[in-house]
Design a protein around this ligand. Sequence first.
Ligand code: 48H
Length: 263
Amino acid sequence: MSIKEVAEEVITRYILRKSLEDWIDFVERDVVIVGAGPAGLSAAKYLAQAGFKTLLIERKLSFGGGIGGGGMLFHKVIIESPADEIIREIKCHYEEVENGIYIVDSAELIAKLASAAIDAGAKILLGVTVDDVVYRHGEYGGQIVGVVLQWTAVTMSGLHVDPLAIRCKAVVDATGHDAEVLAIVSRKIPELGLEIKGEKSMWTSEGERQILYSTGMVAPGLYVAGMAVAALKQTPRMGPIFGSMLLSGRKVAEEIISRLRTS
Ligand code: 48H
C-alpha cells in the first residue's frame, strides 16, 4: 500500500481556505449557544433539527462539559425520567436501575450527544471563548444581538488582542456553574437587571425541578439553560444527575424555536 503524498503547503492552504469559508458563514447565525456541556449540546441538537443555523462555541478543545467527570470521576451518570426520551433519541445505551432511574456511561453520553447535535446540522467551534456580547438599545429597550469571540489560547496568554463579533437572533448561556455570559451582562449592562446570586447547596430533586422551571429567556435575545440557571436563580445544585440538563437544553430550544418562528 502506498500512502498519498501531501505537501505541507497544500495542507495549510486547504485548512485556511475551508476554515475561513466556515467562519464567514458563522458571522450571522440564528442562534449562538455558549458552552458545549449537556445543556448546550442538547439545545444545539433540537435547534439544528428544527432548521435553525446553530453555532455552539466551546472554550475547551473538547465537548461534554461536566459529563466527563461522571460522579467524583466514577465514569457513570444518572438520568431520570422523562429525560430517558432524549437518551433513547440519541441512541445512548442505558440501564434502568430502578423505575424511572437510568444509568449511562459518561464517555458514551458525551459522544452520542455531540454526534446528535452535529448530525442535526449544528456547528461546534472548539478553543473559542465568548468574552462579551453585542448589545443594542432602541426605542423599546435593550437587546442582545450577538457575541464577542476570542481564541481561548489568546485569553490564556494575557496578550492584548482585540476580539471579533458575530451577529445572531438568540444567545444561549449554557456555560454551567459560573453563568459566564450572564455575569458579563450583569456587570456591563446593569439596565437589563440581571444579578448572579450563585447556586445553593445540594438538594437533588429540588435542584432538578427548579432548573427546568426557570430555563428560558432572561432578557431580549438572551436565554439561559443548564447549571447557569442555578447560578442566576440561586437554586440548589444536584450532583451527577443529568436529566434536567438535557431537558433544559430541549426546553430552551423549544422556546427559541417558537419565538423565532413568530417574530
Ligand atoms: C465558551 C465556555 C465559556 C465561555 C464556559 O459545565 P457544563 O457541563 O454546563 P451544563 O450546564 O451543560 O451542565 C452542568 C453539569 O455538567 C454539572 O456541572 C452539574 C449537573 N453539576 C451538578 C453539581 O452539583 O455540581 O458545560 C459548560 C461548558 C464547559 O464545557 C465550559 O468549558 C464552557 O461551557 N464554557 N465556552 N465561552 N465564556 N464558559
